[in-house]
Design a protein around this ligand. Sequence first.
Ligand SMILES: [Zn+2]
Length: 363
Amino acid sequence: MRDPGWRAEEAGKVARRATEWAETHQKRFQHDFPAISTYLPVMGEPDLEFYNKHYGFLPVHLTGERMTVGRAHPRRCRFCGKQGPDVTFLKEAHALPEMVGNKTLFSLHECDACNELFGRTIEYHFGRWTGFQRTTSAVTGKNGVPQYQSKDGNVQWDVGAEGANIVFKGDIGPVKVDVEGRKVTISGEVQPYIPRFAYKCLVKMALSVMPEEDVAHFAYAFPWLREVDPAKDRHPGGFFRVMQSFTNGFKPFRWPTYILLRRKNDGDEIPHYSFVLAWGNYSHQIFIPFSAKDAHLRGRQITLPPFPNLYESDPARKVTRWDDDLGSLEKTEVKVQTVTYHMDSIVEKPITPAPETPLEPRG
Ligand SMILES: [Zn+2]
């Protein structure tokens, strides 16, 4: 029979180990969640010099040529860490979602289970967050461009290679037409979404295209991406900022483009990685959370300029900037967004009688 002293000693050891574990994890928790504050880009200038000085970057334009990221052998899922035969890789996983216009960049390191999970969670919410902008930017997703059609069918628009053709009949409801100024303003509804899940989708894209050698620094991000219960995501945040831009004109980013920016000097008081995605008329920039190399940024408030987009110095274009906090875990209400178009021409025509045969359903 063991004496009570031994038990007390063991119990003491267990308690110490538990305390150490808690301290380690507490530290890690704090280290992994730097409070990053970005200034309102609307009020400041994008700063290429800043990025040239502090970050190394390689822009990747998807140009219709098929490309893959990741290793085929051994085939291992970056998101859940599993490999065959525990998981399968039968489906082609898009490294960036198809809905941003990606038809050509595929990932070898995303298993079917993770692909399916992300499709119905974070990509679903990203899709809703960007639904109206996809329509108005004419970005071609899985089912073609999301066509705009008002509920009564009096406003329809079709997008060709060279521009949008908008047809109005009778009562045009939320659409305002300024014939003199050749302007058309369209309102559309943004369906409810969870902002933080839309943000997670941007993080997921960044981690999909990140070089293998840096993935281990973001180990904490992967289970967080896969957590689908908002109630279990208790991270206080501070970093869920997205710097956005809108560039006018028809489809300025004809192909989706992304830029991954990696800090040159790890001693610098700026985040380890940033990710910029440009597609259609929009760009989004985030600073990727959870890098183990950002421990020195814990609790810091950091002012960061936006990365300029391609058209920033183009006098023929107008770039509008703002930033959004996507930290909320509450589902949004239905929101109305508007966008104004300058038309090359507005033509009035008499309404022709409806055809005998029904129109093809839109897909
Ligand atoms: Zn997986």
